[in-house]
Ligand binder design. Structure first.
Ligand code: SF4
Length: 445
């Protein structure tokens, strides 16, 4: 590989299978005495996962190469920073780096190096020359940034600029470290998101129940945007990377929910089914889960499929990123007028519960084609209830079942769950219409 590719740096490590054979490729590579730095990696495949591997590799590269102390700053030189953490295969990293570089430049801050994505060995050597670091993806860059801080006193901006408010906070924090004025950038942010979220068209988003899951950084940032900027109610928050479990637990506690820290997708599915959210913000895995459960979903975090490496400019960070988030998250929901009409005219041949949202029409057609014959009036609802929640042990009277079917489909699961909880607490064996309304007023209190 050295002869063929003529690299500036060699990385040597083992896969999980090679780890069992214990060939110690790192030691062998060092014994070759190649004329370029050789960094050997110890990655315990049976204990750690991708993000940890990327973080450890980046840390070892930085430690190995960024050894030159910073040169004294020239008179009149602009403040500068590094952007740390973007990688190949990162969720929207390509465009986030463009967006954040633009933002920093508007503040009068130069970007010294963006790494690891796109950086050369020489770029890594230049890392200590910056005044401070921007840790865009802590999963990848936190360890390296802490080392740079210990070694060279480089402070770090740690606010993740996802959403409008967090981007403003990020601008203030970076400006403070650079000693520049944030106001010109803040007053000309150009983001449409705050107005869009405030406009009357977004009223119906208030209180929509959302479940958030992904890597810790994106999940926490998304949960805050959902709650503080769009007025959603966050009913669940979780992450799959245990290294950041403590942060996610603290964030969940602030939002008044319990954190779900797991890499078991079945547990995530169970939790979503039990919480009955109206929107899921997750990874491609949650997209499949949401599809099975019939819940709208938008992707906010890796792992992602090819459609989340779009050709167009689609950052999720910075002011333009906030615009992208708004559009992406609202898109899967039923729009206000349709939601209203679905509630009023549920017998309509075209716009009805079973048909689902009109903008997801293809799905509805497949279902309609697969349906053998029209069912009696109550049966589809009962069937729907049975599939929505299998843990139900209570009997629903036919009248109560019919009444339940009048509740719009996207909140029906939640209403059913609350009613059953109430009935169980009251020791009721059968749920009557009265019990349904008692439960409604009980939970409305
Ligand atoms: S699981 Fe990963 S590290 Fe192990 S052999 Fe497969 S690709 Fe390689």
């Amino acid at each position: 590989a050295f002869e063929r590719f003529d690299p500036d740096l060699m990385l040597v490590g083992a896969s999980c299978t090679a780890e069992l054979i214990q060939d110690a490729p790192g030691g062998l590579a060092r014994a070759l005495n190649l004329p370029v730095p050789t960094i050997t990696l110890e990655l315990p495949s049976y204990q750690k996962k991708e993000n940890w591997g990327a973080s450890e590799t980046f840390y070892q590269i930085v430690r190995g190469l960024a050894t030159e102390a910073p040169a004294p700053k020239l008179e009149g030189a602009k403040p500068s920073c590094n952007i740390l953490g973007a990688t190949a295969l990162g969720f929207r990293h390509r465009d986030d780096v463009i967006e954040i570089t633009r933002l920093l430049n508007q503040l009068g801050i130069e970007v010294n190096v963006a790494a690891p994505m796109g950086a050369t060995a020489d770029d890594i050597r230049r890392l200590p020359q910056a005044d401070f670091n921007v840790v865009l993806y802590p999963e990848i860059a936190d360890t390296a940034a802490r080392w740079l801080e210990r070694q060279y006193g480089q402070k770090a901006v740690r606010t993740i600029p996802m959403g409008f408010q967090a981007t403003c906070e990020f601008v203030r924090e970076a400006a403070a470290l650079a000693g520049v004025d944030p106001e010109p950038v803040l007053s000309q942010h150009g983001s449409h998101m705050p107005w869009w979220a405030r406009s009357v068209d977004s009223n119906y988003l208030t209180g929509k129940r959302v479940f958030v899951f992904g890597d810790a950084t994106h999940a926490m940032a998304a949960a805050r945007v959902a709650k503080e900027e769009l007025g959603f109610e966050v009913v669940g928050l979780g992450c799959y990377n245990r290294e950041f479990a403590r942060d996610v637990r603290a964030c969940a506690a602030e939002l008044g929910v319990e954190a779900l820290i797991t890499d078991d997708y079945l547990l995530v599915e169970e939790t979503i089914a039990a919480l009955q959210p109206e929107l899921v913000l997750g990874t491609q895995m949650e997209r499949h889960i949401a599809k099975r459960l019939g819940v709208p979903c938008a992707v906010i975090s890796a792992p992602v499929h090819v459609q989340d490496f779009p050709a167009r400019y689609a950052p999720v960070m910075g002011f333009e990123g906030a615009n992208v988030l708004f559009d992406t998250w609202v898109h899967p929901l039923v729009m206000g007028l349709e939601e209203h009409l679905l509630t009023m005219f549920r017998e309509d041949f075209e716009f009805n519960d079973a048909a689902g949202p009109s903008h997801l029409g293809g799905h509805a057609k497949v279902e309609a084609a697969a349906k053998p014959a029209p069912e009696p009036e109550i049966a589809p609802v009962a069937a729907q209830i049975a599939t929505q929640e299998t843990i139900s042990v209570l009997n629903w009277s036919p009248e109560a079942t019919k009444e339940l079917s009048k509740i719009p489909f996207f909140v029906r699961g939640k209403a059913k769950r609350n009613t059953e909880r109430y009935a169980a607490e009251q020791g009721l064996e059968t749920i009557s219409i009265e019990a349904l309304y008692d439960a409604k007023s009980h939970f409305a209190r």
